[in-house]
Design a binder for this molecule. Structure first.
Ligand code: GLN
Ligand code: ZN
Length: 756
């Protein structure tokens, strides 16, 4: 019988207990001891959920107070100097300081960088390593947690971020050096950990090396081989875990690694099972990641059974079953959802349910009786043909899309000339990115309306008052292109998801984004369409209050797609095109209602990039096309803007140009306009609004400073094509600093119009 194991479980808790506990600790409302008790309770609950679902080997070390990569840094003693005074002990506060910076601000102890964990929406704290880096076993919560689980009676399999992946993800600071040169110093710490775990009676340890899903150079492959050579023989068996992508191209190398088992993500692996089974000899455990660990869909167990039955019979004991990757990226328990329609609910499975799926599958594999899995999988099959999912009209419209649908009528040069005539904007036009401060009053009104305490008429009146206020403020500081302020939106994706057909929302479907921050992504379950205009009323109301141009504000198709849980029965380009067509109708409606400038935000454009660089071009082509479909229904005179935050543009600048937005606004102020180099070198042809101030702090930027930035920008981009705007939306700011900052920004633009 196959062993069922799990690579990791969501650590946030069923009701985000971890978030609440950690934030209470930060606020001083919870003592450290109390925090530890809460953590222990969450772990116990998680293990119980998994064990009850039928998982035999439980992960330990997947729990982290803030982030598991950060926890690894602490374990191996890679603590930046600024976060640890010589006499300071390393404890949980060290960990939080590294993740969040040290209060009060102003000292030289900024948080470490945070970046995306592969192609998920989880963010890890980037380890900072320097040339002379030393490592030492420093913080050993892992051992306590292993003991904790053992005391409950669980059979455990500790999980470690593999040393090579750890180095790969780290950033070198100080003088340049080869990160892999640190491997030799790092491995002894891992050896110590393994030896200790062996002494605790641990049988198996899971070493995560997800970098195998990337395209690696020889040096990394050699490092992996060396790493396992050193780590073997410490008294525990090693399971190499790979996930998030196919490792086909490295099977020959993986075969040679000194490991006792290999986990593969079968959801992402196109290779035939025979080939895999031949590569991973029967002397090793082959762990099959058969249930998708990063979506919320019920698995078609009948199909999985068909796929793996022969192999399981053949390999007998040497087969394990698991989700494809850690369930970190999945909400905890579907059973909590009280408001989902029963049909829709029958299509879903969260972390706990995914464990049960493996148990069900295992029983069928063992007995050959497939009745239970067939019954379980029936809703998955029903979903494919359900009327809720399928909308013929939408399908036909997407199928009929042509190249021309993704093209504006005329080229940029022709368009911009027409826009100059139509819009009559000054040199260096000033604008904002869309949102204005989301005050307590605004949030309360939205909550009350949603909960049914506030009638629509009252809600509408209040939102209109907010719009009027935002417009008065913008007129007072004399901005050129105004926005309505987005008061009615709690979230830039959720707002549109709620208005579009094909989306559903959960009550507790939280997943960790970073630290204590969780997101609750909408679920795209069916063909997407727009039954009525989504923003036209608010936008035209705003336009009715001013003689200046109001810029309409939409979230783009790529961002809506990647910030949602999307369907597994339809390819991503098709889903993106469905969203794009719905947005295209909105864009055309806005134009018809007299709105001459429309922004389609795409902050997630870069996030969708596949892990393997060889697949980037294909992705970028369909993503840019979907954007253009949303934007191309309008006349030449109508100006389309897009916005992206914090993106690096060097390697994708041709695709940014391919999006063909008339104006792109980007976050540049903290890079001192360096991000513009990519645009300069590429000779990016369209208009650009490089952000001239950071919106993440309440500091009011000074006129001279912003003038300096715009000067720098004008050396790289012809001034006729420059816009002046903040880095991003202002929803997290308060009015006083917003007002002052924008006043200074407009002042800077005005002075430069005279000087340039
Ligand atoms: N229009 C959005 C805002 O201003 C853009 C947010 C974003 O870029 N993430 O808030
Ligand atoms: Zn932004």
């Amino acid at each position: 019988m196959a062993t069922i194991h799990n690579l990791g479980f969501p650590r946030v808790g069923k009701r985000r207990e971890l978030k609440h506990a950690v934030e209470a600790y930060w606020a001083g409302d919870l003592s450290r001891t109390e925090l530890f008790v809460k953590g222990q309770a969450i772990r116990a609950q998680n293990w119980a959920l998994q064990a009850n679902a039928g998982i035999a080997l439980l992960p330990v070390g997947d729990f982290a107070w803030y982030d598991h990569v950060l926890a690894t840094s602490l374990m191996v003693g890679a603590i930046p100097k600024r976060h640890q005074d010589d006499n300071e002990t390393v404890d949980i506060d060290t960990l939080f300081r590294m993740g969040r910076g040290r209060a009060p601000t102003g000292c030289a102890c900024a948080a470490s960088d945070m970046t995306k964990w592969f192609n998920t929406n989880y963010h890890y704290i980037v380890p900072e390593l320097h040339a002379g880096q030393e490592f030492a076993l420093t913080y050993t919560e892992l051992f306590e947690q292993v003991a904790e689980a053992q005391a409950i009676g669980h059979q455990v399999k500790p999980v470690l971020v593999g040393p090579v992946t750890y180095l790969y993800l780290a950033k070198g600071v100080g003088e340049e050096f080869d990160k892999l040169s640190l491997l030799e110093k790092l491995l002894p710490v891992y050896q110590q950990v393994l030896t200790k775990l062996a002494s605790m009676g641990v049988d198996w340890v899971q070493i995560d090396e997800p970098i195998l899903a990337l395209e690696l150079n020889e040096a990394y492959l050699t490092a992996l081989s060396k790493s396992f050579n050193v780590l073997q023989g410490q008294g525990v068996k090693l399971l190499l875990a790979t996930y998030f992508g196919s490792v086909t191209q490295y099977l020959p190398q993986i075969t040679q690694l000194a490991v006792d088992g290999v986990h593969l993500d079968l959801v992402a692996e196109p290779q035939s099972l025979d080939t895999i089974s031949q590569a991973i000899g029967v002397d090793k455990v082959l762990s099959l990641g058969v249930v998708n660990g990063r979506n919320i869909w019920r698995a078609d167990l009948s199909a999985v059974y068909e796929k793996i039955n022969a192999l399981v019979t053949k390999r007998a004991e040497q087969i394990w079953l698991a989700p494809s990757c850690s369930l970190l990226h999945c909400p905890v328990d579907l059973a909590q959802e009280q408001k989902l329609d029963p049909e829709l609910k029958s299509w879903l499975a969260f972390a706990k349910q995914k464990g049960s799926e493996l148990a069900l599958l295992n029983t069928a594999l063992q007995t050959g009786d497939t009745q239970a899995i067939n019954q379980y999988s029936a809703p998955v099959k029903a979903r494919l043909t359900s009327a809720r999912v399928n909308n013929k009209e939408v399908q036909q419209r997407v199928a009929a899309l042509t190249t021309a649908d993704g093209q504006r009528h005329s080229s940029f040069n022709v368009r911009i000339a027409a826009q100059h005539v139509a819009l009559q904007l000054p040199l260096l036009p000033t604008t904002t990115i869309g949102s204005f401060p989301q005050t307590q009053v605004i949030r309360q009104a939205r909550r009350d309306y949603k909960a049914g305490y506030l009638a629509f008429a009252d809600y509408e009146a209040q939102m209109k008052a907010e719009i009027r206020y935002a417009i008065e403020e913008q007129e007072a500081v004399d901005l050129d292109v105004l926005v309505h302020g987005e008061a009615e939106r709690n979230d830039m994706v959720e707002y549109f998801g709620e208005l579009l057909e094909g989306f559903a929302f959960t009550q507790y479907g939280w997943v960790q984004s970073y630290g204590t921050r969780c997101v609750k992504p909408p679920v795209i379950y069916g063909d997407i369409s727009r039954s009525k205009p989504m923003t036209v009323q608010w936008t035209t109301y705003a336009q009715s209050q001013t003689n200046k141009h109001i810029k309409g504000m939409l979230t783009g198709p790529v961002t809506i797609l990647f910030w949602s849980f999307s369907r597994d029965d339809l390819d991503k380009p098709t889903i993106a095109n469905q969203i794009a067509l719905a947005l295209r109708d909105e864009v055309v409606d806005l134009e018809r209602a007299g709105i001459q400038i429309i922004q389609i935000d795409e902050p997630a454009f870069r996030e969708g990039m596949p892990l393997k660089a060889s697949q980037w071009q294909e992705y970028l082509a369909w993503a840019a096309y979907a954007f253009r479909v949303s934007a191309s229904g309008v006349k030449d005179e109508t100006q389309i803007h897009t916005h992206m935050c914090y993106s690096e543009f060097n390697d994708i600048i041709d695709s940014i140009a391919d999006m063909d937005a008339d104006v792109i606004t980007i976050e540049t102020s903290r890079s001192n306009m360096d991000l513009l180099n990519a645009f300069e070198e590429f000779a990016y042809p369209n208009d650009i609004g490089p952000g001239v101030y950071d919106i993440h702090t309440p500091n009011v930027p000074q006129v001279q400073w912003m003038k300096g930035l715009i000067h720098t920008a004008a050396k790289k981009i012809p001034v006729q094509r420059l816009w002046v705007n903040p880095d991003c939306g202002l929803k997290t700011r308060a009015w006083p600093e917003t007002r002052e900052a924008l006043k200074n920004m407009v002042q800077a633009a005005k002075e430069l119009r005279q000087e340039l």
